[in-house]
Write a protein that binds this ligand. Structure first.
Ligand code: TYD
Length: 422
């Protein structure tokens, strides 16, 4: 189901091979550690989006442990779950919201254009929403690549040219004829197990003036906001700039510019260019490199805080149930799977979870016997407490569920620190 990772995806530490002279010089004095160090460990966990019907077999459990590279500070999971298992029921589609449209425009505004109708390749083009925006509203020439067949079919129906494949050196060779001037990869890089192959693919497609834009969640946000519930098997890497500079060291690409983004609770747009590009690197690159400090101490604090929060929710729910209260969950997010399994909840504590997604209904919360039901159950059953596992939407949910609150219902919001509303 999964294989173990023993070497750093960015700088190669832990591989039998000796680092190159260039890598050794860049790394500075060695700490003496030659293997990855565990910094956050949730034990064996189910796959966060493995929603199966009662009686149907689950994909299984895999270790959920973050390892830190003592040389370049890269943080990555200790295992890679086989992609065909992980993405079997892949159902994430780009949000059609106004926030996302505004974000698309922000990205367009950030890209310096060499021509009026630039050619853009999107890696991980999902259902083609971004490409559709560029092709039909901006008049750009676009092409995409995504491994999910159902999503490619949607993109094809939108009239887009999309290859159905995982991106890497082999796929890049097939796309080469498109000759992209801009390559965009939004929220795919940290799902990718083999960064070297990914970068080889980028190199194949990048003559000197190609601009590569990689949008990724930033580990600074994960650590400072304590969002441990976004650590799950799909997220193989926890990105920062220093490991990226190590990764690119032996390649024809270099960091060009780093821009902070507000989307998805905080992300980065990392721009790369060919070493022979005429455009000089932006000062943001050295600013990020100098400021970053995501080593052992930052992760130790993150781990301690996370287990404190897990303990606080478990204590609250256990006490409520012992006092005869009924507790349910609200929102069967991937985050809910992490919380529920970290707390060890079963149906004895959380009677059910409501969710609006038709594909999740009448299935069980992964790793448990807790059923997922329609959102109307909240008013029908009037539980004493609903743990809001879609805490990122809490304001919208409080508005929407006024009738539940008016009848005495309460929401438990587990993040950033447990609170009961109203
Ligand atoms: P989402 O925030 O996309 O997070 P994740 O990436 O962790 O899965 O998931 C939110 C889930 O909550 C999704 O399954 C839909 C559900 N939901 C509701 O059931 N009701 C609501 O009012 C909202 C906003 C979300």
């Amino acid at each position: 189901m999964y294989h173990k990772i023993t070497s750093c995806r960015a700088c190669g530490l832990g591989k039998a091979q000796i680092p190159t002279l260039k890598q050794s010089v860049a790394a500075g004095p060695q700490s003496g550690d030659t293997s990855l160090l565990p910094v956050f460990d949730l034990g064996l966990q189910p796959l966060a989006n493995d929603f199966v019907q009662a009686g149907e077999e689950q994909s299984g459990f895999a270790p959920l442990k973050v390892m830190l590279c003592p040389r370049c500070n890269m943080a990555q999971l200790s295992v890679v779950v086989r992609p065909d298992i992980l993405y079997r029921h892949y159902s994430y589609v780009t949000s059609p919201s106004q926030t996302m449209r505004d974000h698309f425009q922000t990205l367009v505004d950030m890209i310096p254009l060499a021509s009026h109708k630039p050619r853009l390749l999107e890696i991980g083009s999902n259902d083609g929403r971004f490409l559709d925006f560029l092709q039909n509203e901006k008049g750009w020439q676009v092409c995409g690549i995504d491994p999910a067949k159902n999503l490619c079919e949607t993109a094809h129906r939108r009239g887009l040219k999309v290859y159905c494949d995982f991106f890497g050196a082999d796929a890049a060779a097939r796309i080469q004829e498109f000759e992209p001037e801009i390559i965009m990869a939004r929220h795919v890089f940290c799902h990718c197990p083999d960064w070297k192959d990914f970068v080889r693919g980028l190199e194949i497609l990048s003559p000197p003036e190609t601009l590569i834009c990689i949008e990724v969640p930033y580990v600074a946000d994960l650590l400072s906001k304590g969002e441990f519930d976004t650590v799950y098997h799909e997220h193989l890497s926890y990105f920062s700039i220093k490991p990226m500079s190590h990764l690119l060291m032996e390649t024809s690409l270099r960091l060009h510019k780093v821009v902070p983004l507000s989307i998805h609770g905080g992300a980065l747009l990392v721009m790369l260019r060919h070493r022979d590009s005429q455009t000089s690197p932006d000062k943001s690159v050295s600013q990020y490199l100098n400021a970053e400090d995501f080593g052992h101490e930052a992760w130790r604090k993150f781990s301690t805080d996370s287990f404190r929060k897990i303990g606080a929710l478990r204590h609250f729910v256990d006490t409520a149930v012992q006092n005869g209260k009924r507790v349910v969950g609200y929102g069967a997010s991937a985050k809910s799977t992490v919380w529920i399994n970290a707390c060890g909840f079963t149906r004895n504590q959380i009677s059910f979870i409501t969710d609006t997604t038709p594909e999740k209904l009448y299935r069980n919360s992964p790793g448990t016997n807790i059923p997922i039901v329609d959102e109307g159950a909240l008013l029908r059953e009037l539980p004493d407490y609903a743990v809001c596992f879609a805490w990122n939407y809490i304001d919208e949910i409080l508005q929407k569920e006024k009738a539940y609150l008016d009848r005495g219902g309460k929401f438990i919001v587990p993040h950033p620190d447990i609170k009961v509303l109203p």
